[in-house]
Design a protein around this ligand. Structure first.
Ligand code: GLU
Ligand code: MG
Length: 637
């Protein structure tokens, strides 16, 4: 999750003193990059996925599963045996927030050919195998979005008791600092977010009211004033960054061929974020309770919300400059392409000086306001050795602010002096249990970008409607129960929309409603007379492409999974986990997930992930089994 500098981290008070310096030089660094590469064209389409993993340990005798705090050592060995030994190693490993987490990506980005879609799953399998081979016998590498008993007593191995004293990083009642990655970036982020905010972070997730759940459901925290005040009835209360950033996700980054193509993709994919997030829903449980939400998004958002009371509008502005309506981890606030301009209907707080400076440097309004909006934030970490930089050749100050704006989409300028192009990152997806599912979601999103670019599709709707979709997408069973705003006619474009807006309608007929409420089934699978459906569009694209039989077969299987998850024929991971717990013999219909229930659930997840058992409700049964063998995937039926 961002830039890792080595050195001595500064306290919040010291970091704050350098905030203007970081912003000023961050902007200069951005300008250097922009001027150097703004006209770069013809970069080829490249892309890559990121999968975040948790290390778990099964105690079969006591029927308990715990998170293993060995991420740093495992990572060190993976890098040593991998990229440091062989620059062409097929996998790359990076740290993540939790000391029980690691992140894996393919060693090289994928290119633009169709056959690469057939290597994604094999590479994910390789990653799983590689990291698993370093674990002890009772340990496993899991791709679960949120660990159901995160923050419950003894959830880590070794076990630590949280120590909510001043001086600690999170001061959490539940999440010990030892579960935070040992690289100083992570504890410094945690501490400085809390100090900047002026109090502990507050996360309240609605509890799922089952037959025997106490109503109202109230937990008391007499020993902690902040907790007593912040916790809400009928909610699961959490108080640390780890409850959010300690969750795992699945991300995809694309390199576009030019800055304008990147801006176009950024906008188009932003509208898809809530839809795919709901389809990937995989996190129904928090701190040992069944919640009423299916996705992690709001939890992470609250877990890194560093806004002061003034910025949140609870007190008049005195010491701060802005009212800020969202957390640093949230949905995007403005479209970047010309076509998006008229749909930018969210109030955008910007740093006016920075905006003016960018305009003077020849940057257009939309990009200038985007950057000036990111730069209303303070840097959260700063290393003493990294204050004075060479703005023409380094970008750490820019990246400092950029990489702690964790939004649904990220627009990424090339690093200085590199041959990397303009990129966009798609960030809302929850990680799935199996490599098959994760490949399916990744391939679906990448194919969608191909179709958007080839057919010049237009999904844009007012950004406030995308925000409404984001809220709805996190609700329990949103895939089947809720409706989402979506553009009715996505093919009106005709002309290129990458460099200009081809549509006369855009300016002449704004009164006609261009969007309507649709179910995810309609959006994904289409409905006669209403909407063509994304999968049918992808299928017709595929029919016109030259694709080898094996790759086509894999892609069709992936699309089938997405199609069936959207129609309800298959369950989301969140729904499946809910049913598993509901049917567990120990479950008392009181929304409580005990150690033993957690153990059986994670054991089952691990068996599914390693293909030791089938799970037709989740994966279907008609899918071919892809077995990893060397560097080749084979189909067995
Ligand atoms: N784990 C975070 C999530 O679930 C993302 C961290 C990152 O940006 O890598 O969204
Ligand atoms: Mg990550």
């Amino acid at each position: 999750m961002g830039l890792l500098s080595q050195g001595s981290p500064l306290s919040w008070e010291e970091t704050k003193r350098h905030a203007d310096h970081v912003r000023r030089h961050g902007i200069l660094q951005f300008l250097h990059i922009y001027h150097a590469v703004k006209d770069r064209h013809k970069d080829v389409l490249k892309w890559g996925d990121e999968v975040e993993y948790m290390l778990v340990s099964f105690d079969h005798e006591n029927k308990k599963v715990q998170l293993v705090l060995s991420g740093e050592e495992v990572l060190e060995t993976l890098q040593e045996k991998g990229e440091r030994t062989n620059p062409n190693h097929p996998t790359l490993w990076r740290p993540e927030y939790g000391s029980y987490m690691i992140e894996g990506t393919p060693g090289q980005p994928y290119g633009g050919t169709m056959s690469e879609f057939n290597t994604v799953e094999a590479n994910m399998r390789k990653r799983r195998k590689e990291a698993t081979s370093l674990l002890e016998e009772n340990q496993a590498l899991c791709t679960i979005t949120s660990f159901p008993r995160l923050g419950c007593p003894g959830f880590t191995i070794p076990e630590y008791t949280p120590n909510p004293v001043e001086g600690g990083a999170s001061k959490s009642l539940f999440f010990p600092d030892e579960a935070i990655n040992k690289h100083p970036r992570f504890s410094t982020l945690t501490r400085n977010i809390r100090h900047r905010r002026g109090e502990k972070v507050v996360i309240n997730v609605p509890i799922f009211k089952d037959k025997n759940t106490p109503s109202p459901f109230i937990e008391t925290f007499p020993e902690d004033d902040e907790a007593a005040k912040a916790s809400k009835p009928d909610h699961i209360y959490m108080d640390a960054m780890g409850f959010g950033m300690g969750n795992c996700c699945l991300q995809v980054t694309f390199q576009a061929c030019s800055i304008s193509e990147a801006r176009y993709l950024y906008d188009q994919l932003a509208t898809i974020c809530p839809i795919v997030m709901a389809l990937s829903a995989a996190s129904p449980f928090y701190r040992g309770y069944v919640s009423d939400i299916d996705c992690r998004w709001g939890v992470i958002s609250a877990s890194v919300d560093d806004r002061t009371r003034e910025e949140r509008g609870l007190e008049p502005l005195k010491n701060n400059n802005f009212r800020i309506s969202k957390s640093r981890y949230d949905s995007i606030d403005s479209y970047l392409s010309k076509c998006g301009e008229k749909y930018n209907d969210i109030d955008l707080t910007i740093d006016k000086e920075i905006y003016e400076q960018l305009l003077q440097e020849g940057i257009d309004h939309l990009l200038a306001q985007h950057v000036a909006h990111l730069f209303i934030r303070d840097p959260l970490t700063l290393f003493e050795e990294k204050i004075h930089l060479d703005d023409a050749n380094e970008s750490d100050h820019f990246e400092n602010i950029q990489s702690t704006n964790w939004q649904t989409m990220r627009f990424k300028p090339p690093p200085p002096n590199s041959d990397i192009g303009w990129r966009v990152e798609f960030r809302p997806m929850e990680v799935q249990l199996t490599d098959f599912e994760n490949s399916a979601y990744v391939v679906f999103v990448v194919l969608l970008t191909r179709v958007i670019l080839s057919y010049k599709l237009d999904f844009l709707i007012p950004l406030s409607k995308v925000d409404e979709n984001m809220k709805v997408a996190q609700k329990r069973d949103a895939v089947l129960r809720d409706m989402f705003y979506f553009r009715k006619d996505i093919c009106k474009g005709g002309n290129a929309v990458v460099d200009g807006c081809g549509k006369a309608q855009h300016s002449t007929e704004p009164a006609v409603e261009e969007y309507t409420l649709m179910s995810i089934d309609t959006i994904i699978n289409g409905k006669e007379g209403v909407f063509p459906g994304l999968i049918p569009i992808l299928n017709s694209y595929l029919e016109n492409m030259e694709v080898d039989v094996d790759t086509r077969c894999s892609i069709l299987n992936y699309l089938k999974l997405i199609k069936k998850r959207a129609s309800g024929e298959l369950m989301t991971v969140a729904r499946w986990m809910r049913e598993f717990i509901a049917n567990h013999p120990d479950y008392k219909q009181d929304s409580v997930i005990t150690d033993e229930m957690n153990y059986s659930l994670l054991l089952k997840c691990n068996q599914i992930a390693n293909e030791l058992c089938e799970c037709p409700e989740l994966l279907g049964s008609a899918f071919r089994k892809v077995k990893y063998s060397g560097s080749k995937t084979e189909s067995s039926n």
